[in-house]
Design a protein around this ligand. Structure first.
Ligand code: SF4
Length: 174
């Protein structure tokens, strides 16, 4: 299963979700994806489907209206997944902290792996955060691969046993 970690690292798909931001960080994400900063050089594809996502890119604080959708999207993303909180308000609530309709940072509802600072977060910082997310994704992939290797080992032992029992049966028949 080594290929699994390699293709995920070389072509990670991202899902961008605005949980209630002012759109400042969303524009910076689009700038990072544009040819000037060329985030796509890492093989990144901005997908709209959580079921094909490796990196969940969230902007904005959690609002009462967005919290359910945020948790639902997170739960639909298959493991291994990495969550990147882009911008100060995604990490702590930022300028929206304490407002009647805001529930601070997204880590109140979902686990966050990388926090990208800034209001707005610059494309350079977003790229830096995604590069960190790639190495976390690789580590998580390897942790998931271990049981697969063990399972392969058990299968091999199983094959050996069945060959032995077959040889015994053949011997008995003779
Ligand atoms: S961090 Fe600042 S620029 Fe980014 S979404 Fe929040 S308020 Fe807007």
């Amino acid at each position: 299963m080594k290929w699994l970690a390699q293709f995920r690292k070389k072509s990670p798909w991202i899902l961008h979700y605005n949980a209630g931001s002012c759109n400042g960080c969303d524009i910076e994400i689009l700038a990072a994806l544009s040819p000037r900063f060329d985030l796509e050089r890492f093989g990144i594809v901005n997908t709209g489907n959580p079921k094909q996502t490796d990196i969940f890119l969230v902007t904005g604080p959690v609002t009462f209206h967005s919290r359910e959708r945020l948790v639902e999207l997170y739960s639909q993303i298959p493991e291994p997944k990495v969550v990147v909180a882009v911008g100060a308000c995604t990490s702590t609530g930022g300028v929206f902290r304490g407002m009647y309709n805001v529930e601070d940072g997204i880590d109140r509802y979902i686990p966050v792996d990388v926090y990208v600072p800034g209001c707005a977060a610059s494309p350079q910082l977003i790229i830096d955060g995604i590069v960190q997310a790639l190495s976390i994704l690789e580590k998580k992939n390897k942790a998931i691969e271990k049981p697969f290797r063990l399972f392969g080992g058990i299968k091999r032992i199983g094959k050996k046993i069945s060959r032995l029992t077959m040889a015994k049966r053949i011997g008995e028949e003779k």
